[in-house]
Design a protein around this ligand. Structure first.
Ligand SMILES: [Zn+2]
Ligand SMILES: [Zn+2]
Length: 281
């Protein structure tokens, strides 16, 4: 099995990032990971790259966080791939499989709708994963579930409390979505030697970032065409601590969440995770 971090930020391109390539690479090498995806906060999110730069300049500066990690990765044989995390109203999406040249040629990606984002990313050969779909924080006014605007969901996020991941996994099972896991790691110096990092476990080593998108899209298609395949048993294994998806006593209270309809407007979900399988919308 090959382990990959799918969600991390650098101090170079994310305003909230704390670690540079050196610290990140050391951590994942020590944890036995084969590679990492650098997914800094993109144009709609908490990037630290000034938005008034000309687009190609913005893209290059944004890409510098990835380059720093890649350079460090080269020294120790850790594979480093480029991605990003785009933010909409409250919902965020991880994008994989595109490179700097593609970014420079597609300035529209900075501010387009969720639907257009999915189309553009697919045209380029990449994929879109909704990050931490259930996250109840002050900056998330609503939980907006963008299932129709992604190829899969991040079922486990180390930055979440476990209960939110339980909801996400239930939703993944219910709606037969490809599920991934990631650490949302902003600071590798604060993760101890015995502490888990979250990632995906793949049977085959990835040759490039687009390779990962191909795996996701292939599993998405299998889930759509083969009803006997469980979303828990795709080729994308979740590398998370045991018991991550178990609710503790008294934690079954459903919280308010909304689906995004085809107009990207929020509609009530009527999801009740304590009575899974839930009522259908
Ligand atoms: Zn952040
Ligand atoms: Zn993130």
């Amino acid at each position: 099995m090959y382990l990959y971090e799918t969600h991390m930020h650098t101090v170079i391109s994310s305003a909230c990032g704390k670690s540079a390539g050196k610290e990140h690479v050391r951590l994942y090498r020590d944890k036995g990971y084969q590679g990492v995806f650098v997914t800094d906060h993109f144009f709609g999110g908490n990037t630290c790259v000034p938005r008034d730069l000309p687009w190609s300049e913005w893209a290059k500066r944004f890409h510098a966080g990835f380059e720093d990690v890649w350079n460090e990765g080269q020294k120790v044989g850790l594979d480093v791939f480029f991605g990003w995390e785009q933010c909409y109203a409250d919902d965020e999406y991880l994008v994989y499989g595109l490179d700097l040249n593609w970014l420079i040629q597609h300035p529209e990606i900075a501010t387009c709708t969720r639907q257009r984002q999915l189309e553009l990313i697919h045209e380029g050969g990449g994929c879109v994963i909704q990050a931490h779909p259930f996250r109840f924080r002050a900056y998330n006014r609503y939980v907006r579930l963008g299932l129709r605007f992604c190829d899969g969901i991040e079922a486990a996020n180390k930055g979440n409390v476990a209960r939110w991941d339980v909801y996400a996994r239930h939703m993944g099972l219910m709606y037969r979505k490809v599920m991934t896991a990631g650490s949302d790691n902003h600071d590798s110096t604060r993760i101890g030697p015995n502490e888990d990092v979250f990632g995906v476990a793949l049977e085959k080593k990835l040759s490039c970032g687009q390779d990962y998108a191909r795996v996701i899209l292939k599993e998405k298609e299998r889930l759509e065409t083969d009803q006997s395949l469980s979303p828990e048993h795709t080729a994308v294994g979740l590398h998370v601590p045991d018991g991550r998806f178990e609710l503790a006593e008294g934690e079954q209270e459903p919280e308010d969440s909304w689906f995004l309809d085809e107009h990207e407007q929020r509609v009530p979900t009527h999801l009740y995770f304590d009575t899974y399988p839930a009522r259908q919308v």
